[in-house]
Ligand binder design. Structure first.
Ligand SMILES: [Zn+2]
Length: 285
């Protein structure tokens, strides 16, 4: 009876153990852009979708956007939750967040996160309702540069002047590495300024990386695909990272869209994993 019960219990548990992890991808994949809205539950749902879509992932950047300003306890609690999740999910790279308008408290939290080993933070001017040109934003991102923390910022161009303001912020914080999400969205054409900026002397810090989340899904097999690929090469293939923007889109959609772009296998491999590894897992400069 006991043995039967044990066997029955094992039969229930074993399949769950067997499917607990999504399948490893055939080639490494780094999903830079995974929204962790509800802690461990979000990760479970993300992993379930990976299994359902037969898509593996090697590492993924789990992020949230800090509330506030003025909600410091909640900001720290959400960041701590993300750091704790990273300890139990080795494939999760935590990308926590602060609110720039918290000023000195935001700087203190940034320093605490950097000391805890955080490699990147996420800021979202639209969701967090801050103005990129506010001096508190510059102070914060300059400190991130000093600490060797990459600043990931939304760049979907839902705010007028989004890319222009981010360009100027990057110029004013030359020691900071920025990762702009969505490569400017449908205004991606703006970033073809970069090869021209590179021709200037002592002006352009060349401190920009981009994720192509969402935009890649929209552009693959579309009338703008060739222009996007041209833009990607102008920006620099070595500056581009893949992301899903889960839960809005799945990683499988993003990987399949990247596969449909007219790129070489080497270029795709760089975007799928190598660039993110160098930017976020390599030695701090
Ligand atoms: Zn997003």
């Amino acid at each position: 009876m006991t043995r039967l019960f044990l066997l029955a219990a094992l039969a229930l548990v074993l399949p769950q153990i067997a499917v607990a992890q999504p399948p490893p991808p055939e080639t490494p994949v780094f999903d830079l852009h995974v929204h962790i809205w509800r802690g461990a539950q979000s990760i479970r749902e993300y992993e379930a979708q990976l299994r359902e879509t037969n898509q593996g992932v090697t590492r993924f950047g789990g992020l949230h956007m800090a509330v506030g300003p003025g909600q410091l306890d909640e900001m720290r609690a959400k960041n701590d939750e993300l750091l704790a999740l990273a300890r139990t999910h080795p494939s999760l790279l935590p990308i926590p967040s602060v609110h720039p308008y918290d000023g000195a408290a935001a700087i203190a939290e940034l320093r605490r996160l950097a000391a805890a080993g955080v490699r990147a933070i996420k800021l979202h001017p639209h969701t967090q309702q801050f103005d990129v040109t506010d001096p508190r934003v510059l102070t914060l991102v300059q400190e991130a540069g000093t600490l060797g923390v990459v600043v990931m910022m939304d760049n979907a161009n839902i705010i007028p002047g989004d890319s222009e303001n981010l360009f100027n912020l990057a110029v004013r914080a030359p020691r900071t590495k920025f990762l702009f999400a969505h490569l400017g969205g449908m205004n991606f054409r703006f970033w073809n300024i970069i090869p021209l900026a590179r021709t200037t002397r002592d002006f352009w810090p060349d401190n920009l990386w981009f994720d192509i989340s969402a935009l890649v899904v929209l552009a693959a097999d579309s009338p703008i695909e060739a222009e996007l690929v041209w833009t990607m090469r102008n920006v620099g293939i070595d500056r581009l990272l893949l992301g899903s923007d889960y839960p809005q889109l799945s990683l499988a959609q993003s990987v399949q869209a990247l596969d449909r772009l007219d790129l070489t296998p080497e270029e795709r491999a760089q975007i799928r994993y190598g660039n993110a590894e160098r930017l976020l897992l390599g030695a701090r400069e």
